[in-house]
Design a protein around this ligand. Sequence first.
Ligand code: SAM
Length: 437
Amino acid sequence: MSLWCLTTLVVVVFVRGDDAARPPRGGARSSSSVAALNDLWVAAVENRETATELSSAVYGAARQAEIAAKTAALIALDGTPAPAPLEARADFDDGSFVTVRANGTYVVEARPPQPPPRDAAASIMDLEYGRELCDMPGMDSTRRAPSAEERYVDVVKRRALGYDGRGRWDIWYERVATGGAARWHLADPTVLSFAHLGSLNLLEVAIKDLVRSVPGDVAECGVFRGGTALVAAAALEAYDHGSRLVWALDTFDGVPDTDEHTKAWPERSYAAPEDDVRRNFGTVGLERRLRTVRGQFGHLVDSNASLPARLALLRVDADTYQGTLDALRLLYDAVSPRGVVIVDDHHLGGCRRAVRDFRAERNITAPLLPAPIDYVLGCPLDHRRTRWLAEDLLFFSSSKQQQQQQQQRAAQSSSPRRRILTEPMYVAQNVYWRKKN
Ligand SMILES: C[S@@+](CC[C@H](N)C(=O)[O-])C[C@H]1O[C@@H](n2cnc3c(N)ncnc32)[C@H](O)[C@@H]1O
């Protein structure tokens, strides 16, 4: 999981006096308004040569603005006068720029030089699945009670994320995330780290939506020990009244050494046997939803392996250029019209390139939408959570020495502080698009 450096971009945060409109919350949006918002996103970032790079850049700027806004909120809570609304701006080599405002939530404003400037303003959180992510129980400011289905999926998420019940963190904002990449290579029964919660939420929201009207199963290319696939199965169990399957495709022998990007990684990264996936599904009784397919995605094209005929959702989590491209080539045609493709690892250069090449190869113009996955920085939070989040943001913006002092104080305290953020990630790790009719 290497972070992408914005080498050609400059992101600055500055204070501005005017007020950004806050997108309305609550109530269903018509599909035409979603389409209009998605189109604005396209106008802002997508119809450009460097489209995929831009979506990460804009997301980065949005996060910067959000950090500034939440930090300002904390200062205000402590009695210091609130500064004016903040905005961040991403500048590009060709002289164009995108501004992102933050007033509790954020707004993307783009003035691309070609085509001629137009008024384009859309909140990232208001794109296709943005708001639903904010409105999940435990994340929304209304504190609605979760449904039985949501509670069930939550239990499986805890299982997938390796929640051990010992207060290391809690999924509903209470505690923090520790762990991460280093744990993935251990032979413990857990499959994912806390940082994946946002990915799982996106998956749940998409499945809940898709089972209403889009036919087909769910497939994940790149499953490791099956953590994400397990949550997909749980979401089907909760929201689909049929018998849709989860197809888990992998070498089950780790990432093959097929491109230069992969060589930076330890050999056979993420090697996990098929049995691990089965066992994980078995622990929650969902084996009947599982179909596994073994092999390199590129080799499966001409094999006689049994592959899904129709998919409502395709999730690609292969990490590499070749794996991502091969997976899309293998299964994109099986995706139903209006089905959704989610690509993990868009923060990795090889993966981004593969998405761009595949979309160009297939002339795909559907907007590539970013999803906030590590934490929902764009979501309005209640007072208590805003405070925690703001405290975390301040913590991460302080010096290493100050951080150490704070940690020492926290260790001595009888009530350890809550941390709800990991180191902020200024890129969109998950992107998705909806296949056109
Ligand atoms: C980051 S892990 C996936 C994590 C997983 N989605 C989860 O929920 O834990 C990447 C996976 O992709 C698989 N993979 C990468 N390239 C592949 C390829 N070309 N063919 C088949 N599997 C591949 C690896 O074996 C590995 O299990």
